[in-house]
Design a protein around this ligand. Structure first.
Ligand code: 13P
Length: 341
C-alpha cells in the first residue's frame, strides 16, 4: 500500500470548490428515477444519460472532483466508442466505483439490514483498478424507528465497512466509508444526532481494529437532520451547527475529507446546509458533497430522455454542480439560485 498516493487522491476528492457526483444508482434505483421522468430504463438510455453528465464540460472540469460509477457503467463506452471512464479522466475528475452488492435482511433483527458484497471483493477491486477506478464506495444503511437501530445492526455494518475499507487500501483504492443513517422516519434532529454518534463511533472503532489508514479514506455521512416525517423541521443553522459538533466529536482530524450524501433533502436544502457548515470554520477536514439526487434531479427532469434536451440537461447539471461547489467554500447565496431560474 502506498499511503502517500492514497492520501493524495483522498485530498483531491475533497478539494475546496469541488465535490463528488454519485452516479452509481443500481439498476433498480435508476429505473425508479427514469420512471419518474417517463424514460424506459434500457442499457442504452442509461448510457446516454450518464454520457450526457460526463460530457458536461463546465461541471466536470470545475466543480466535480470524482464520479462514483455502477458496475454496468464502468464497462460501458460512449456512443463514439470512448470508454465512459476515459471521459471522466479527460475532464480532470477521478473515476470511482460502488462495490457493495446492496442490502439483505439482518437475521434476528427485524426491520434491519446488513450490506453484503465482501466475497470475491479483492478480485473485483483488482479489475476495477485496471479499468481506472481510484476510489470505491460501500454504503451501510441504518434505519431509525421504534427500538431500532440495535447495536447488532450498527456493529455488523461497521465491521463490514472496515473489512471493505482495508481490502480497498490493500488494492491501492481509496475507500469512501458510507454509514448512512436514514432520514425517512418521524424522529427529530436530536435522535438523529444520537444515533449518528453511535454509528460513527462504532465505525471508527472497527476501522482502527482492522488497521485502516485514516489518512487514506473519505467519510460519507448523513447530516444531523430532522426525519422527513417529523413535525418540527430543524432550520438550516441548527442542522449546520449540530452536524459540525457531531463530526468534530467523532471524526479524527487524520481523515482528509468528509463528503455528505443528500439522502432525500431538496436540491437547495442540501446546498444551503453545506454552505452554512463552512460558515462555522475553520474545520479540521475537507468538507464537501457526494450527492446523487441533489445533483441529478434537475438534469434528469430537463433531459427527460430526449436527445434534443441534452444541452438543457447539461446546463441544469452545471448549475447544481456550481451551486454546490460554491457551498463547499461557504460562498453560496440563495439569490444565485433565483437568478438562474
Ligand atoms: P443521495 O445523495 O441521493 O443520497 O445519494 C448519495 C449516495 O451515493 C447514496 O449512497
Amino acid at each position: 500500500m502506498n499511503l502517500t498516493e492514497l492520501n493524495r487522491i483522498a485530498t483531491a476528492m475533497v478539494a475546496p470548490g469541488k465535490g463528488i457526483l454519485a452516479a452509481d444508482e443500481s439498476s433498480g434505483t435508476i429505473k425508479k428515477r427514469f420512471d419518474a421522468i417517463g424514460v424506459e430504463s434500457t442499457e442504452g438510455n442509461r448510457r446516454d444519460y450518464r454520457e450526457m453528465l460526463f460530457r458536461s464540460r463546465e461541471a466536470m472540469s470545475q466543480y466535480i472532483s470524482g464520479v462514483i460509477l455502477y458496475d454496468e457503467t464502468i464497462w460501458q463506452d460512449a456512443k463514439d466508442g470512448t470508454p465512459l471512464v476515459k471521459l471522466i479522466e479527460q475532464s480532470g475528475a477521478i473515476p470511482g466505483i460502488k462495490v457493495d452488492e446492496g442490502t439483505q435482511a439482518l437475521p434476528m433483527c427485524p426491520g434491519e439490514l446488513v450490506t453484503v458484497g465482501l466475497d470475491k471483493l479483492a478480485e473485483r477491486l483488482k479489475k476495477y483498478y485496471e479499468r481506472g477506478a481510484r476510489f470505491a464506495k460501500w454504503r451501510a444503511v441504518i434505519d431509525i424507528g421504534s427500538g431500532i437501530p440495535s447495536m447488532t445492526a450498527i456493529g455488523v455494518n461497521a465491521h463490514a465497512l472496515a473489512r471493505y475499507a482495508a481490502l480497498c487500501q490493500a488494492a491501492q483504492i481509496v475507500p469512501i466509508v458510507e454509514p448512512e443513517v436514514l432520514m425517512d422516519g418521524d424522529h427529530d434532529i436530536d435522535r438523529c444526532y444520537e444515533v449518528t454518534t453511535r454509528v460513527l463511533n462504532k465505525t471508527f472503532q472497527e476501522l482502527r481494529v482492522q488497521r485502516v489508514a485514516l489518512e487514506g479514506m473519505v467519510l460519507k455521512p448523513n447530516m444531523a437532520i430532522s426525519g422527513k416525517k417529523c413535525a418540527k423541521q430543524a432550520p438550516v443553522e441548527e442542522v449546520a451547527e449540530k452536524t459540525i459538533r457531531l463530526l468534530k466529536a467523532c471524526v479524527p482530524a487524520a481523515v482528509p475529507g468528509i463528503a455528505f450524501l443528500s439522502g432525500g433533502q431538496s436540491d437547495e436544502e442540501a446546498t444551503a446546509h453545506l454552505n452554512a457548515m463552512h460558515k462555522l470554520g475553520p474545520l479540521p477536514w475537507g468538507l464537501t458533497f457526494s450527492y446523487g439526487r441533489a445533483l441529478q434531479a434537475a438534469p434528469q427532469k430537463a433531459w427527460s430522455g430526449k436527445a434534443e434536451n441534452v444541452a438543457a440537461g447539461q446546463s441544469a447539471f452545471s448549475h447544481r454542480a456550481r451551486m454546490n461547489g460554491l457551498a463547499s467554500k461557504g460562498e453560496w447565496q440563495s439569490s444565485l439560485e433565483k437568478k438562474a431560474a
